[in-house]
Design a binder for this molecule. Structure first.
Ligand code: ACO
Ligand code: ZN
Length: 335
């Protein structure tokens, strides 16, 4: 049912103009032929309409009034399911079935920065989660990035494709989107993993994500045990009690706490160099293999130094990247 785009690949788009930035493109994307002549493609960051002429683009900016919020500010289509006052970040849920043109334009845009993925013209099986940031002065919404998610799949995929616009990369927004994709999985009572294969940048970012996520989760568990044991008994050392009780933590516990599949939990543990035994061997995250059966996998971890984990987390937190606040998500699974 998936149709591949067969339009001639546009080789002439060298820059996209979006939010008054000109961004050099990385790869080719099959934009329709009518936009082929110009090297700069103008994109409206609200409705993603594109044009090859500056004039048409600026005229459109005034006309683009499809969607407005209660304060009469132009917004992207779909429902705002997350908004954080503190940093102006919002997530918009856009159904590929309801906003076909927007979603196709989003796929075309992301293809400019993606080599590996096959682009599908058929956006209807997907939901798109778009990250916008409101500016403090004008309250305008700026497009930061997005991820897509297949509405139903049998392989636990909670993210199909992810993009942060290059001008916003290395600022923690990719991490934010990944965190958000796992939050949705937890709300669905599912474990999730990104669709394979990952791009080089996707792999780098996920490796870092899994590592930090597991480190934070282990520290949370340890602190919870320490608190409960220090309140229940005052005689013995709380940290040795925590060690004892922590032994009962299973791979499934870590998966359920994070929303990550057990395979990805193992990758996280591996990144942290905590894993000293596992069977059978784990497939690489870049490969197309999916989670092995939970029953088959046995692991042992050894935490030699909690302070190394704490330092890693502190160092990450000190970057002050935006965090996902789960209580700000107003959302129920679609199906
Ligand atoms: N080099 C080295 N490490 C990186 C890089 C990089 N270019 N990008 C991310 N990381 C790692 C770093 O540890 C980084 O932390 P740091 O910047 O403090 O060192 C951490 O990941 C988090 O990075 P973010 O800032 O959260 O990630 P970003 O917003 O830049 O987005 C993304 C990452 C979405 C992969 C972006 O690079 C992108 O859009 N790339 C083009 C499209 C793409 O390849 N998407 C993934 C395809 S795979 C899939 O969709 C399932
Ligand atoms: Zn528009």
């Amino acid at each position: 049912s998936k149709l591949k785009i067969t339009t001639v690949v546009n080789s002439s788009i060298e820059y996209i103009h979006i939010n008054n930035y000109e961004i050099k493109t990385w790869y080719k994307s099959p934009y329709p032929l009518s936009t082929n002549k110009n090297k700069i493609l103008y994109i409206c960051e609200l409705c993603l309409k594109n044009s090859n002429s500056r004039q048409t683009h600026y005229n459109h900016q005034f006309k683009c009034t499809n969607h407005r919020n209660n304060n009469n500010i132009k917004t992207p289509p779909g429902n705002q399911i997350y908004f954080a006052q503190i940093n102006g970040l919002s997530i918009w849920e856009i159904d590929g079935r309801e906003n076909i043109e927007y979603c196709r334009n989003l796929c075309l845009l992301s293809k400019l920065f993606l080599n590996s993925k096959t682009l599908y013209y058929d956006v209807e099986p997907f939901i798109f989660y778009v990250l916008m940031k409101q500016t403090k002065d004008s309250y305008d919404y700026n497009f930061i990035g997005y991820f897509s998610k297949e509405k139903s799949n049998s392989l636990n995929y909670n993210l199909s494709c992810i993009l942060t616009l290059p001008i916003y990369q290395r600022m923690g927004y990719g991490n934010f989107l990944m965190e958000f994709s796992y939050l949705l999985s937890r709300r669905e009572f599912k474990l999730g993993t990104p669709e394979k294969p990952l791009s080089d940048l996707g792999l780098l970012s996920y490796r870092n994500f899994w590592k930090i996520k597991i480190a934070k989760t282990l520290l949370l568990i340890k602190n919870a045990f320490e608190q409960s044991s220090s309140s229940s008994s005052s005689s013995s050392s709380s940290s040795s009690q925590a060690q004892l009780t922590l032994k009962t933590i299973t791979l499934n516990d870590l998966a359920n706490l994070t929303g990550m599949t057990t395979t990805d939990v193992i990758f996280g543990l591996e990144q942290l160099k905590l894993l000293y035994y596992h069977t059978p061997s784990v497939p690489s995250p870049a490969s197309s293999q999916f989670s092995p059966n939970k029953e088959e996998v046995k692991i042992k971890i050894k935490i030699k130094s909690w302070s190394i984990l704490q330092e890693l987390v502190d160092n990450w937190d000190s970057k002050n990247y935006p965090n996902v606040e789960p209580e700000l998500l107003i959302w129920k699974p679609m199906i």
